[in-house]
Write a protein that binds this ligand. Structure first.
Ligand code: NAG
Ligand code: NAG
Ligand code: NAG
Ligand code: NAG
Length: 429
């Protein structure tokens, strides 16, 4: 006899709950409220944690190659992906929610967290301006969420602000290699690079001064990258050996973000590490190199450049570039290291890349994962990477190394330019 009463009570509760939800949802779907929340809660943080998950979202880009769907660059725990929804702010029209399609990158080097794209389709009637990710389809706590602005709203076909941008992923630890950094940036300027992007977790005190100088001067953009506040980043590339949550301070995530960030700002993007320089060996500038390469290979969007090691332990015998004013500057003087390790037939030379960012969908470190167009291996005598570092073939004697003085060709401009920067950032008293 008690049963019907119980059911009535239950039914009433459900009805009240539904009515409540309906009004709460309506409230939040009202355009003026939507606009207010989307505008007032636009994130200025470089990394956002999705509430009640371990997922991190970094940035959102309108992708004109997939009908304007929004691509969110994110970091997911590989083995614990649940259904996620995108909440899209449509300007003047409120919110819409949609299931996020999860496109996990195929490279993870064994680490539990991996770069992942979340793809969110939008209605043509929605002018999507901001977006966030939630792990529940309910919108009731929408005003407590932070939204990512959707970048790349406009597709640009030509006349980019820059021709060459370098993406340097991941500055971390107390890296303080000032002289090599300044020499590298100044060589890149001579070669025609107009913008350098660095993702900064941390750096040494002297390099910090140089970064500040270049930021003010204009060539450098430093993107904060506090990945260590969210995960235990690995200092290495291989999970078995180095452990940690994510490969090499999230290098794969920053490289992908850099490509999308510069998609409509730069004709080409160079992807290399902080101690590597992509040097044309037959052309005076990257512009002349790419004009030739692209004319000969019009369908190519990814140019692979071989890495070559110049051991920092082996010095030029004359010491002609061991300049007294550089002696007290921390870091490696790359002009003193002109001995190159020979290529080994049985060892693959890893590559770095010059890419057309509008044709790349996902990238790894040494090759792209998904792209339109073709991939081209640039011959070693046309262009190669000068990489001054600890030797890979440490047992070789000086006579067994190859003399390669390419960088000396820039000395007339390079030496005074490096001196100028060191002077301006306070290394000469
Ligand atoms: C879309 O929204 C942006 C930002 O509110 C606005 O500047 C732009 O004019 C809107 N475009 C359309 C087609 O409504
Ligand atoms: C914005 O988001 C934060 C959480 O990221 C939240 O604390 C805050 O209440 C939200 N709303 C507004 C209007 O700032
Ligand atoms: C890029 O290169 C082209 C061809 O060399 C040149 O005409 C153009 O002015 C350059 N653009 C910029 C922004 O430097
Ligand atoms: C790099 O990041 C560290 C740690 O957040 C910060 O102290 C430093 O100022 C940053 N450097 C630049 C040039 O942004």
């Amino acid at each position: 006899m008690e049963c019907p009463k119980k059911w009535k009570f239950l039914a009433l509760t459900v009805v009240i709950f539904v009515i409540f939800k309906f009004f709460v949802l309506r409230e939040y779907l009202r355009p003026e409220i939507a606009t207010r929340v989307c505008v007032s809660n636009l994130s200025n943080q470089p990394i956002l944690l999705v509430k009640d998950t371990k997922h991190l979202i970094i940035s959102a880009y309108k992708d004109h190659r997939i009908h304007g769907a929004v691509r969110i660059i994110s970091i997911m725990e590989r083995l614990h992906v649940k259904v996620l929804s995108c909440i899209v702010c449509c300007s003047q029209k409120g919110y819409v929610s949609a299931t996020a399609e999860v496109d996990m990158h195929s490279d993870n080097f064994g680490f539990p967290f991996v770069t992942t794209d979340l793809l969110c389709k939008t209605e043509p009637s929605c002018n999507a301006t901001a977006i966030t990710v939630v792990n529940t389809p309910y919108l009731s706590d929408i005003s407590s969420r932070s939204f990512l602005p959707i970048r790349n709203q406009k597709k640009v076909e030509n006349d980019f602000p820059y021709n060459f941008t370098v993406c340097i992923s991941n500055l971390f630890g107390d890296y303080n290699n000032v002289l090599q950094f300044v020499q590298t940036i100044e060589i890149y300027k001579i070669l025609g690079v107009q913008k350098v992007y660095i993702y900064n977790t941390s750096c040494g005190p002297d390099l910090e001064r140089v970064l500040q100088y270049y930021k003010e001067e204009g060539i450098l953009e430093v993107a904060p990258w506090p990945i260590d506040h969210f995960l235990n980043p690995s200092k290495g590339w291989n999970f078995q050996e180095h452990k940690g949550d994510i490969h090499y301070y999230g290098q794969l995530t920053t490289l992908n973000d850099c490509i999308y960030r510069n998609m409509y700002r730069s004709r080409y993007v160079l992807l290399n590490d902080i101690d590597e320089i992509i040097v044309p060996y037959q052309h005076a500038t990257l512009g002349l190199l790419m004009e030739d390469l692209q004319r000969q290979n019009p369908s190519v969007s990814v140019f692979l450049i071989e890495n070559h090691i110049f051991p920092k332990t082996v010095y030029d015998s004359d010491g002609r570039f061991s300049l007294p004013q550089w002696e007290k500057v921390p870091g490696v003087n790359i002009l003193e290291h002109i001995y190159r390790e020979p290529a080994r037939n049985y060892v693959f030379n890893p590559t770095k890349m010059i890419i057309n960012p509008r044709e790349v969908i996902q990238t790894s470190v040494h090759s792209v994962l998904k792209n339109f167009g073709d991939v081209f291996n640039v011959p070693f005598d046309v262009c190669r990477i000068v990489h001054v570092r600890i030797p890979l073939q440490g047992s070789l004697k000086k006579e067994e190394l190859i003399i390669d003085t390419k960088l000396w060709e820039y000395k007339k401009e390079l030496v005074p330019n490096v001196n100028h920067v060191l002077q301006k950032s306070g290394f000469y008293t």
